[in-house]
Design a protein around this ligand. Structure first.
Ligand code: PSU
Ligand code: MN
Length: 308
């Protein structure tokens, strides 16, 4: 192994890790592919501010010029946001080739977890994870995120999964691969834009301290596995079930007609849902990311206490 050749940790993040201060990882696909410019950059900077407000150091992760960056600068975040879809969406299969080419890559949940773990960061906040897509029984479109959460020891805080996915199959897949799905102060799996999905989570946990204890136990036992915390969008920002379901159905049908597939699917659906809802889905998306960042920060602080 010669990881140091590739890994570039910012001074601030590296000092925090050394001094056992809480650090929370953030992904960059959400910046380059998940939201339009300039809202993506504003959100990325604001989510870092939320992490700081709650006593942690943010580490936005991306591949830039063949370096695995942990703790992107303001300029790098601006670059990732402005370049948008021109930046490759980098999942596990892309990481080595992009890095060898000295290329850029926007990291998904998968590669953000991988790089966070390489750097020694164990808490990660995002919006939504990838999962088993509707129609996966014929398309076999299953996000690499699920596999990664199964075997990379990082605690991922998200707002559940969007119903652009088949939530029932996503839960089955996670169960098979041994991922505990935890509801934060809820027994029901939240569905990203809405607080309800009709599916139960495996465990309800009601405090950051208890979340940290569960993850710490997994670490101490050497399970070498991730954990998925699903945090419902705050009521005031959640969307009506009917509105969002119709928008999703429309977007999914358009993707089918246009033959959108593979890594283009999620960005295409997100952008169409935003247009169909007149931008409301984007606002909900931004708010739930802040909400998740806060919970991730509080949990990371508790985890630090257990680790010292
Ligand atoms: N869900 C969202 N917004 C996103 C993504 C998912 O609500 O930006 C991104 C994440 O980076 C996630 C990736 O890891 O899409 C999943 O892509 P795929 O389904 O191609 O694995
Ligand atoms: Mn996919």
């Amino acid at each position: 192994m010669n990881l140091e050749k590739y890994l570039e940790i910012s001074q601030e993040v590296s000092a925090a890790i050394k001094n056992k201060k809480a650090v929370v990882a953030l992904e960059s696909t959400i910046i380059s592919h998940g939201m339009p410019y300039p809202k993506n950059v504003e959100t990325a900077l604001q989510v870092e501010a939320v992490l700081r407000e709650h006593g942690t150091v943010p580490a936005t992760i991306a591949v830039i010029g063949g370096k695995l960056k942990v703790g992107c600068s303001k300029d790098e975040i601006e670059y990732l946001g402005k370049s948008g879809a021109k930046i490759n969406k980098a999942s596990r299969r892309d990481l080595a080739v992009l890095t060898a080419r000295r290329a850029d890559g926007a990291t998904t949940v998968t590669t953000t977890m991988m790089i966070a773990h390489m750097a020694g960061i164990s808490v990660f906040a995002t919006g939504g994870i990838g999962g088993v897509h509707r129609g996966a029984e014929t398309s076999m479109d299953i996000s690499a995120d699920l596999e990664e959460i199964a075997h990379t020891p990082v605690l991922v805080v998200c707002a559940g999964a969007k119903s652009i996915l088949d939530l029932g199959l996503t839960l089955e897949y996670l169960e098979t691969h041994g991922v505990p799905v935890i509801g934060y102060q809820t027994k029901e799996l939240p569905a990203f834009y809405t607080r309800h999905s009709g599916f139960e989570v495996d465990y309800e946990i009601d405090s950051p301290k208890k979340l940290a204890e569960a993850f710490h136990t997994s670490q101490e036992m050497g399970l070498c596995a991730g954990m998925l915390v699903t945090n419902p969008i705050p009521k005031e920002y959640s969307m009506e079930h009917e509105v969002i379901e119709q928008a999703i159905a429309k977007a999914v049908e358009e993707a089918r007609i246009k033959g959108i597939h593979g890594k283009q699917t999620t960005p295409f659906l997100l952008s169409r849902i935003k247009d169909v809802t007149g931008g409301r889905s984007l606002e909900a998306n931004i708010q739930l990311v802040y909400h998740n960042a806060k919970l991730a920060a509080l949990t990371a602080v508790e985890l630090c206490k257990l680790e010292t």
